[in-house]
Design a protein around this ligand. Sequence first.
Ligand code: C5P
Length: 244
Amino acid sequence: MSREMSNISAVVRDKLIVALDLPSVSAASAMVERLGDAVNFYKVGMELTYAGGLPLVSELAKAGKKVFLDLKLHDIPNTVARATEQVAELGATFLTIHAYPQTMKAATAAAKGSGLKLLAVTVMTSYDDSDLRDAGYAFGVKDLVARRAAQARDAGVDGLILSPEEAAAMRALLGHDMLLVTPGVRPAGADLADQKRVMTPARAIAQGANYLVVGRPVTQAHDPKAAAEAIVAEIAGQITRAAD
Ligand code: C5P
């Protein structure tokens, strides 16, 4: 394989982020071991973090893996800035923050110069217009997502985490400078579990997603490594088709 080809395939492989939504650090480590070279990027969320998973973040980073730490930070600016600096020290690649202007400004200033990239959560996908009204907002979901996405871009946030259904509109609104990271991805025929609005990996990439977060279709598969390889192949196929 030429050097150029191996570079291209590493970039494509990195587009699959496997969510380590597992109940213990030992279960997560066993899954990482099982997936081996098939997966280079992992998401560690609150469940695993609070189960003692933070040392695993550094371990994965030291082993050459990338880590998306999904902690959805939101606090006063000083606290957000200090927490962001700590996460950067762990060697994580992505960190989520809520898309509030103060939070975003504090986090971007703190992450500057580190390898850490920030992803903003605009409006949680469990919220609809009436939930926003109950929470005291004057905006509906669509308008609040667009407003916060523009604020994230203006604050220098690196990307957004959003549903694949929002990807094309956000790409059109924001251009190509921001990373779009989408959960809610299911290979054709996979069990939807509790996800209601899903897209296949190829379609999510075609809609403008840069990275896909996939959990159970890989971690609960009979053969997780084969499931991950199939998703990477589907992503690669879509990228090749788009380039033709
Ligand atoms: O197992 P599954 O592929 O559904 O996992 C998707 C991952 O993405 C989970 O870690 C879930 O918490 C996260 N996520 C999501 N929908 C959002 C935000 C995050 O599924 N709107």
